[in-house]
Design a protein around this ligand. Structure first.
Ligand code: PGA
Length: 250
């Protein structure tokens, strides 16, 4: 049985003092869950988040990283640096980074390899745009992104990759994919992974849904056959709302 993994993506929100209060409020609300709880916070909040979440079941992640270990890359942060302060997870290839910061399937693949080389657990994002969905290209687009992102990884690494299927048209728009559509897209991804890496890997890999997940739709989404939890943006900024999503099955 795959575990459900619920990750918050705070994006460019929250200051250190807000981070500390948020985690203090969230902790008692989620301490009894069997689901994995992750908060992906801005770089400037990481240290405070890690300290506050110590000895709790809340795991901390970053939202991006560079693929090189060190060097002349002004403004960038490497996987090695994240690992050195005990960050556990990192989001890679979020559609906002692909759209506004010129990330490509190639850089996503390099980042995944660098994350594994440094002992970080990646959450890699894929998803189609509205026009791609309307033109019937969604399956091809998603499968291609998955194939290129994972290229050259070992079976063991693929098993330990979290994939977040996030249709771009559902992010921050209040429009959620129907649970049936989201589940179907995730089945395409799992089938592709089975084709390349085998049944064993496909059955273990965690594939989340992201895009306007909230407490009112979490249960419907997360109780389908193939959706293994969610990557939650806007609704992860309020501790009570996020806790309700984490506790969708309680
Ligand atoms: P949203 O964002 O929940 O605000 O739609 C999800 C995401 O971008 O990861």
């Amino acid at each position: 049985m795959r575990k459900k993994v619920i990750a918050g993506n705070w994006k460019m929100n929250m200051l250190p003092n807000e981070t500390i209060s948020f985690i203090q409020e969230l902790e008692p609300l989620v301490k009894d869950t069997q689901n994995e709880v992750i908060l992906c916070v801005p770089y400037t909040d990481l240290f405070y988040a890690l300290l506050t979440a110590q000895n709790t079941n809340i795991k901390i992640g970053a939202q991006n990283m560079h693929f090189e270990e060190s060097g002349a890359y002004t403004g960038e942060v490497s996987a090695k640096m994240l690992k050195a302060i005990n960050v556990e997870y990192v989001i890679i290839g979020h559609s906002e980074r692909r759209q506004y910061f010129a990330e490509t399937d190639e850089t996503v693949n390099k980042k995944l390899k660098a994350a594994f080389a440094n002992g970080l657990k990646p959450i890699v994002c894929v998803g189609e745009s509205l026009s791609q969905r309307e033109n019937g290209e969604a399956e091809n687009v998603i499968i291609n992104q998955v194939r290129l992102a994972l290229e050259g990884l070992t079976n063991e690494q693929v098993k330990n990759t979290i994939i977040a299927y996030e249709p771009i048209w559902a992010i921050g728009t209040g429009k959620t994919a129907t649970s049936e559509d989201a589940n179907n897209s995730i089945k395409w991804i799992r089938a592709e992974i089975e084709k390349i890496y085998g049944k064993d890997v496909a059955e273990e890999v965690i594939i989340q849904y992201g895009g306007s997940v909230k407490s009112s739709n979490a249960k419907e989404l997360f109780t389908t056959s193939d959706i293994d939890g969610g990557l939650v943006g806007g609704a992860s900024l309020k501790s009570e709302e996020f806790a309700k999503i984490v506790n969708y099955n309680r």
